[in-house]
Design a binder for this molecule. Sequence first.
Ligand code: ADP
Ligand code: MG
Ligand code: MG
Length: 315
Amino acid sequence: GADAAGAQQMLHRRVLLMGSRFDLTVVAANDIAGNAYLDMAIGEIARIERLISSWDPNSQTSAINANAGIAPVRVDRELMELIERSIALSELTDGAFDISYASMDNIWKFDGSMVRMPAPEVVKKSVEKVGYKKIILDTKKQTVFLSQKGMKIGFGAIGKGYAADKAKELLMANGAVAGIINASGDMNTWGKQPDGSDWMVAITNPMNKNKAFAELPLRQGAVVTSGDYERFVEFDKVRYAHIINPQTGYPATGIISVTVFAPSAELADALATSVFVMGKEVGIDRIDQLPQVACIIIDDQGAVHKSKHIRINEK
Ligand code: ADP
Ligand code: MG
Ligand code: MG
């Protein structure tokens, strides 16, 4: 029948969601089933985008931001839990990861529109609004309150990973035997290719985007690359990543690419961003303390640094 191992189809689709390219791959018994799975994944990612986007004025996240310093906002349990996990990640990374970095969005622009460094007083004033400890949760009332006026949260460093996890979960629960969810380099896989071989994952070479730095089989779990080669600014020959150090209000420097392997794309996504902020020494030290987590860092000199548990062959 159609479900014999040899008759499986592999289907792909590319869509633009969350301001990013998603490449979806699914293995199914036939085209109809495969397309249904792809539609299901796209629906799930679009649903999450409507809930968590800080760009969409109608999202619950935008309602939280609009009410900063004014009033708590009641949100869906799902958003509440994402914020709870985000705060736990802030604690885990000593504040390197912080969804309240977002009040800095007005100061630092990485779309080419910024021609000079912002004035130090401006950065200082804005960074005063950053701080995950000022995100007040009431789990009973299911409300979120940003306790300072002008505060803002954004899920740019974790949302794609979360969406990739949720899409994978949904497809697995509906019987999809194998697939890849790739959110512009935040990816997770499950199952195997139709021919029985493992999925192969290529890690981009930050020195040359069109060349893979390494290729490796990914059995279960996620791999996420956070790189500054797509979005950064340069002043006085210093390269500033689109990742903000929440303590200083200045963008991270010194690293051009971080790849994190972890059981979930959400965790890998958040940690990749965090390592950028923590720097290579502290970053690797932190990663080494976490079970089933590994990372590869490429610094601004092009040197490669690997965490303890990494087994990978560079190309
Ligand atoms: P990518 O955009 O390539 O997925 P990241 O996952 O590292 O890269 O996310 C970077 C984005 O996260 C930034 O564009 C910004 O929206 C947000 N961000 C920046 N600094 C921080 C931070 N310290 N903690 C949490 N989110 C951040
Ligand atoms: Mg990230
Ligand atoms: Mg990311």
